[in-house]
Write a protein that binds this ligand. Structure first.
Ligand SMILES: Nc1ncnc2c1ncn2[C@@H]1O[C@H](COP(=O)(O)OP(=O)(O)OP(=O)(O)O)[C@@H](O)[C@H]1O
Ligand SMILES: [Mg+2]
Length: 583
């Protein structure tokens, strides 16, 4: 048996042990006789610094530390979808059933159910040459095609045996491969070290819009499949609601939701909603296309550090099957705080605001795992992982280190604004400072998939919002009355863009989601109105005096509540505006 280490210091989630010769960095260890799970995060000769994923109270110096020779691994296979895990992939619902609401320390439960039977359908035949990423067969997971892949460590080989179509549990050997290094047995699941990127063949440039159904996002600040976005916002500005909206409506095949250091009841809300709502595309329950990783504020802080790696590894696994995956993390600030706490306990030299100096590189290496990829395997499947991370800067100050380091690596910035939230303008995304570096590429996509006019309408909307900001300065100086009729129209239209288009109520059954077509038609209506009103002004009329226009304006305000099935009514409103005659 391996020699045991000995605890010499305990500082909250950090345990220091000596006699750790032969241990490796990022090796998983079991701490004390209670077998608490920990990971070595630093080694100095035979002294190991261990972050422990469970409460360390009651542990004493002199107690043993057991090496495992393994990294922190996640299990990847059938059964992931619909699961809710803690930061180190222990199934939460199962644990609750076994030991009540709290996770007992040192408890070992497999991440994937070993007994559950899955119906496996082979796609390859004995005698075939295979390589990493090839699809051995598929399992139907309540309507989701779970592709069982040749794992990355099997580079090339000859398929010696594959099980016929039938019912198996995940421990059953379903295939044998002859490789240069010898024979390898494959099961329906594989393990992967969370801190390591899963390999791909090639990274591509994202070129497809990730449709979210949120108008301000899709039209003004879009994200692409394989892209990255950062949502910073002060307390109560709507970060969580946006993250939940995306988790519900985004057109990805799989959603991985990481609840990091946030309130437990918010995670419970997600669960309850997901078990009721259906994916509009596939009609499957949202829960069945999602994996939840929850490390809420009442759970041990170190597991929070691990939770985003657990989440991203699961996301990459589904990407490898050739799916579009969205990883949504709320909030990465809590993750960074966990990093800061552990670093402080290790008495490392602090960087900005007490965060470790390696904070920026850690954040970058997380977002770098997003992308649109050609996956391993002979068929050159394409898959993507998009990452959307919320950031909670203290006091809403975007110049703090977590926000800044995140903005340096993400391509989309949705800046949530206190002032807008206070005015109940939701989503409170500030249109003057937010940006998307995908904008140009998305234009092509929208032109082709929705309408050649759509990008032009979006540009108009942004132009009016910018002009409004300029005019408002004048208005504060000399009052609105002194504005020309033309400028008044600009303000009127900008207001319509804000109130009738950008504001979107997450809790209204219809307004909660707008298809791209609806977004396009809504803008088209607003700018048909603008053209008509401008013509009338040019004829010398005053805006306020035209009653017919007021009526049309009211119609525009109601467009957001038109169900997707009735978009023809929206087109009728546009026609009515275009053919309006003032007499
Ligand atoms: N799109 C929306 N539609 C309607 N109401 C919204 C919307 N977004 C936010 N709200 C309102 O704002 C409240 C606060 O939002 P949320 O909990 O998402 O903020 P947060 O930024 O996550 O806050 P915290 O900093 O506490 O985590 C919500 O409870 C809701 O009432
Ligand atoms: Mg929140």
């Amino acid at each position: 048996m391996e020699k045991e280490g000995k605890i010499i210091k305990i500082a909250g989630p950090l345990v220091v042990a000596t006699n750790m010769e032969g241990a490796k960095i990022f090796e998983v260890v079991k701490v004390s006789e209670k077998k608490l799970i920990g990971e070595i995060i630093s080694l100095k000769e035979n002294v190991a610094f261990i972050q422990v994923y469970e409460e360390t109270t009651g542990i004493a110096c002199g107690e043993p530390v057991f090496k495992t020779n393994e990294s922190l691994l996640v299990e990847l296979g059938p059964g992931l979808l619909g699961s809710i895990y803690d930061g180190i992939q222990r199934p939460l619902n199962l644990i609750e059933k076994m030991v009540g609401a709290f996770i007992e320390r040192g408890i070992e439960i497999p991440s994937l159910n070993r007994e559950k039977i899955w119906h496996f359908k082979p796609l390859l035949k004995e005698g075939e040459e295979i390589e990493s990423g090839d699809i051995l067969g598929v399992v139907d997971e309540e309507g989701f095609e779970h592709r069982i892949l040749v794992p990355p460590f099997v580079k090339k080989g000859l398929l010696k045996m594959i099980k016929p179509e039938g019912d198996y549990n995940i421990e059953e050997i379903i295939a044998k491969v002859e490789t240069k290094e010898g024979e390898v047995n494959l099961k329906m699941y594989q393990k992967w070290p969370v801190r390591q990127k899963r390999p791909v063949k090639k990274e591509l440039v994202p070129d497809e819009l990730l449709v979210t159904g949120q108008r301000v996002i899709d039209s003004l600040f879009p994200i692409m499949k394989g892209g990255t976005a950062c949502v910073p916002g002060p307390f109560g500005a709507g970060k969580t609601v946006i993250q939940h909206q995306l988790a519900k409506w985004v057109d990805a095949d799989v959603i991985v939701f990481v609840g990091c250091g946030e309130r437990g009841n918010e995670m419970a809300d997600v669960l309850i909603e997901f078990s009721k709502l259906k994916d509009p595309k596939t009609k499957r329950l949202l829960l069945k296309r999602s994996v939840l990783v929850a490390n809420t504020s009442n759970m041990p802080v170190a597991a929070r550090e691990a939770s985003i790696y657990t989440g991203i590894t699961i996301a990459e696994y589904f990407r490898d099957m050739g799916y579009n995956v969205a990883l949504i993390a709320d909030s990465t600030s809590r993750w960074a705080e966990a990093l800061r706490e552990i670093s402080g306990r290790m008495e490392e030299m602090p960087g900005e605001e007490g965060y470790p100096t390696y904070l920026p590189s850690r954040i970058a290496s997380f977002y770098e795992r997003a992308g649109k990829m050609i996956c391993l395997g002979k068929d050159n499947r394409i898959g993507s992982v998009s990452i959307i991370g919320a950031v909670s800067p203290p006091g809403g100050d975007f110049s703090e280190p977590v926000t800044q380091s995140t903005l340096r690596v993400t391509k989309v910035f949705w800046a949530l604004d206190d002032a807008l939230a206070n005015k109940r303008h939701f989503p409170a995304i500030n249109w003057l400072i937010s940006y998307s570096l995908y904008k140009e590429r998305v234009e092509e996509f929208l032109r082709e998939k929705v309408s050649p006019e759509f990008p032009e309408l979006i540009k108009l909307a942004q132009k009016f919002l910018q002009e409004e900001a300029k005019l408002q300065e004048i208005v504060t100086l000399i009052g609105a009355e002194s504005l020309s009729e033309k400028d008044k129209l600009i303000l009127e239209i900008a207001k319509s863009v804000r109130e009738d288009f950008l504001i979107q109520n997450a809790f209204d059954e219809v307004d909660t989601f707008s298809s791209l077509k609806k977004q396009y038609l809504m803008l088209k209506a607003i700018f048909a109105f603008e053209r008509k009103a401008r013509e009338l002004i040019e004829r010398g009329l005053k805006l306020k005096e035209i009653e017919g226009l007021e009526r049309l304006k009211e119609k525009i305000a109601r467009l957001k509540y038109l169900p997707e099935e009735n978009l023809n009514e929206l087109e009728e409103v546009i026609k009515e505006i275009e053919t309006y005659q003032h007499v």
